[in-house]
Every structure is written in structure tokens, then in C-alpha cells.
Design a protein around this ligand. Structure first.
Ligand SMILES: NC(=O)c1ccc[n+]([C@@H]2O[C@H](COP(=O)([O-])OP(=O)(O)OC[C@H]3O[C@@H](n4cnc5c(N)ncnc54)[C@H](OP(=O)(O)O)[C@@H]3O)[C@@H](O)[C@H]2O)c1
Length: 368
């Protein structure tokens, strides 16, 4: 791989040597191809550019030669303007959170990864330079070695969704062996990850999903799967749960979720309102307003139901990523990929994700 470490090379220019003293690494890959979002809109706004700057590596960062990136709902929502209060001033930007590829270069303090190694991982939701590019930059703790038993395409489908599920079930609810867990909307990538993480912990899992996902959720270990399009979910699901992860976040799924919890149980929705409220009222009014709404709901539910209520968000977490790698390697955590597109067809891929009835599962962009 043609990369050049500033720190290990004699430089003529004083600005470059001061960069080296700061521990920055200048890559010989100074420009590369990337999918750019110049403005919010439909799939047609996405542009492929070939001269996008690759920033110098900070000490804890890793340059990854991208092989596959999966499309998350956050990518298509950001493209359409979700989070505009945060991302609007940063346009043009590069979309994409998930990645699988090879390490092309490492920062001066990186110890756990080396050049040439296959890795996978995911960026934080608010990262500015995404992974829809030939060369992506992630922190060391956002990456982990890719198991040899799974392809780059398979690996790229896992981390963002699985880390979201991990944060909720392990980081927030701290689920334990023998507990009952309900996943509302188990057919999507986060739902499937949550079922598999809970099963691997020794929990008993019930879930709701569309008819096309029933076989899949049962195959990965759910003990009960209720088709929300045909059955009355509230009467079909019996008993009480220690944790409810709601990937849908509608008023009726929230009502059902909080009513099915044991005292002290955790209801966690993925549809927290911090970004949408900030988009409506601006970030300076939106953050305190959404915090106030969350605190009020938390107090209300504690008083009326004796439960803990959370908006949960994906967060990079090296402990979580480690467990996700171990489970993926053991074949206990898989996210089926429905279709792949070459990155040059990113507009078609986003259009397909928008029309989820055409391709219901995970879509991955392949980068050659
Ligand atoms: N808070 C966070 O940090 C965070 C992180 C990741 C994802 N999310 C959000 O969590 C949700 C799930 O993400 P994902 O990656 O799992 O998405 P995904 O793989 O695209 O799956 C979404 C699944 O949800 C179900 N679904 C979609 N639209 C629906 C609707 N209108 N009514 C009922 N069910 C519907 C479908 O399951 P069936 O086929 O079984 O019907 C679908 O497979 C998304 O809304 C995403 O934006 C939030």
C-alpha cells in the first residue's frame, strides 16, 4: 500500500516537521474518490468526486482502504435533511458510518492495529467525514480485526447496527442471563442484532416483526415472533420483561413497551427526539428543550410504571466492538445482506433503500 509516514521520514519543510512533532502522519494518499453530499435532498443529490482531500492522520487515527460500506437508515435520513441543525453548516460532507476494509496507515499512538490488516467498524453518528470513500479515517477504538470467516460485505453490515443494540441492551439495561427481553421491530438490522446479543447473553427473547422476517428472527434464537401486520401484538405477547428495545418508536409501540415491563425494567427507544427537535427549533433551543422533554418522560414513567425510560443512541465502544467481533467470528451474530451495489451506483442504492418494499434487507456498497 502506497502510504508515507511523515514521522519516519526526513522532511525539508519546517511546517511538515512541526506536524511530525505533533504526532500527525501525512499520507501519500492525499486525494481520493468519495461520495459527496453537497445539499440535502433525494438520491440524485449524491455526487462522486475523485479529488477529495484525505486529511492527515492524528495519533489515534487509522486510515482504512475501504472494501465495503453498508447503508444505514441514518445515511438516507441525513441525505434527506435529518440532523440539518448539526450537519447543514458542515456541507458538503461524506455520508456513511459502517466500514470493512484494510488498514492503509496508522497514527503514531495506534498499537492494536497494523498496516495490511483486515478490519471492520463504525463511526460515531455525528462524525463529519463518513465512509463512502476509497480511504476513510476512524479512531483505533472504532475498529476491530475482521474475522477471516466473513467477507468484507458481510462484515460491513454489522457494526453500526450491532453497536446500537449493544449500547441499549448491555450499556443501558445491563441485561443478564435468564432475563426476558422484548425487541419491538426485530426484523431490521438493529432488531436482529439485539435478538442475537440477548440470546448470546442467555436471555429469553420475544419480538415483533413483519411476516417476511418471522423465519429469520426465529432462526437466530427468538422464542416468540409476532407478526405486527396480522396479529394483535398486545394480546399475543404474554408476561413481563426486564428490557424492551423499541426500534420503531411510535406512540403505540411505546405504550405497549412500557406496559410489558417489570418494575425497574428498561424501555429504550431508538427514535429519540433530540435531533428532530433541534432541526425544528435550532440547536441552541433544541438541545435544552429535548433534554427537558426526556427528563419529564423519565420522571413520569418512574412515577406511573416504576420503570426506566431512555432514548438510546449508537456510540462507538471498544468493549462492545470486541464482543461483536467475537460473536461474528463464532457465527452467533449475522446480518443478512439483501443486495450489493458498486459504489458508483450509490444513487440507485439509496433509491432502493428509500423504497424498502423493493429490497427489504441490508444494502451494501462495494468499493473496488
Ligand atoms: N438511535 C440511534 O442511534 C439509531 C441507530 C441505528 C438505527 N436507528 C433507527 O432505528 C431504526 C431501525 O434501524 P435499522 O438499521 O435496524 O433499520 P433497517 O435494517 O432498515 O430495518 C428497519 C426495519 O424496521 C421495520 N420497519 C421499517 N419501517 C417500518 C414501519 N413504517 N412500520 C413498522 N416497521 C417498520 C422493518 O421490519 P419488518 O421487515 O420486520 O417489518 C424493517 O426491516 C431506524 O429508524 C433507524 O433510523 C437509530
Amino acid at each position: 500500500m502506497a502510504v508515507w509516514r511523515l514521522g519516519s521520514t526526513k522532511m525539508r519543510h519546517s511546517s511538515s516537521s512541526s506536524m511530525a512533532k505533533l504526532g500527525f502522519i501525512r499520507n501519500i494518499v492525499t486525494n481520493c474518490r468519495a461520495v459527496i453530499l453537497p445539499r440535502f435532498g433525494g438520491p440524485e443529490v449524491l455526487e462522486i468526486r475523485h479529488d477529495v482531500k484525505v486529511p492527515d492522520l492524528k495519533p489515534h487515527e487509522v486510515l482504512v482502504r475501504t472494501r465495503a460500506v453498508s447503508i444505514n437508515p441514518l445515511d438516507t435520513r441525513m441525505r434527506a435533511g435529518y440532523g440539518r441543525s448539526i450537519f447543514g453548516p458542515l456541507l458538503p460532507l461524506i455520508l456513511g458510518r459502517d466500514i470493512s476494509g484494510e488498514v492503509a496507515s496508522v497514527g503514531t499512538s495506534v498499537r492494536s492495529l497494523s498496516v495490511g490488516q483486515d478490519v471492520f467498524g463504525a463511526l460515531h453518528p455525528t462524525a463529519m467525514r463518513g465512509t463512502y470513500t476509497d480511504y476513510a479515517i476512524l479512531s483505533e477504538d472504532e475498529l476491530t480485526p475482521k474475522p477471516a470467516s466473513i467477507s468484507h460485505v458481510e462484515a460491513s453490515a454489522i457494526p453500526f447496527a450491532a453497536l446500537t443494540a449493544w449500547r441499549a441492551l448491555k450499556g443501558t439495561a445491563r441485561i443478564a442471563e435468564g432475563q426476558r427481553v422484548l425487541v419491538i421491530g426485530g426484523g431490521g438490522a438493529v432488531g436482529l442484532s439485539a435478538i442475537q446479543l440477548a440470546v448470546a447473553t442467555g436471555c429469553h427473547v420475544s419480538t415483533t416483526c413483519g411476516v417476511q422476517s418471522i423465519d429469520q428472527v426465529l432462526a437466530v434464537g427468538a422464542e416468540q415472533a409476532v407478526d405486527y401486520t396480522r396479529e394483535d401484538v398486545e394480546t399475543a405477547i404474554k408476561g413481563q420483561f426486564s428490557a424492551v428495545l423499541d426500534t420503531i418508536g411510535l406512540p403505540e409501540t411505546e405504550r405497549m413497551g412500557v406496559n410489558l415491563l417489570t418494575k425497574g425494567g428498561h424501555y429504550m427507544t431508538l427514535q429519540g427526539e433530540a435531533a428532530s427537535i433541534s432541526d425544528r427549533y435550532g440547536i441552541f433551543a433544541g438541545i435544552p428543550l429535548s433534554t427537558g422533554i426526556l427528563l419529564k418522560k423519565q420522571m413520569q414513567y418512574r412515577y406511573t410504571h416504576g420503570i426506566e425510560y431512555w432514548w438510546t443512541y449508537m456510540r462507538a465502544d471498544s468493549e462492545g466492538l470486541d464482543e461483536i467481533r467475537r460473536l461474528s467470528e463464532a457465527g452467533k451474530l449475522k446480518i443478512p445482506v439483501e443486495k450489493t451495489f458498486p459504489i458508483t451506483q450509490v444513487r440507485e442504492a439509496h433509491a432502493a433503500k428509500d423504497e424498502r418494499l423493493v429490497i427489504p434487507g441490508k444494502i451494501v456498497l462495494e468499493v473496488d
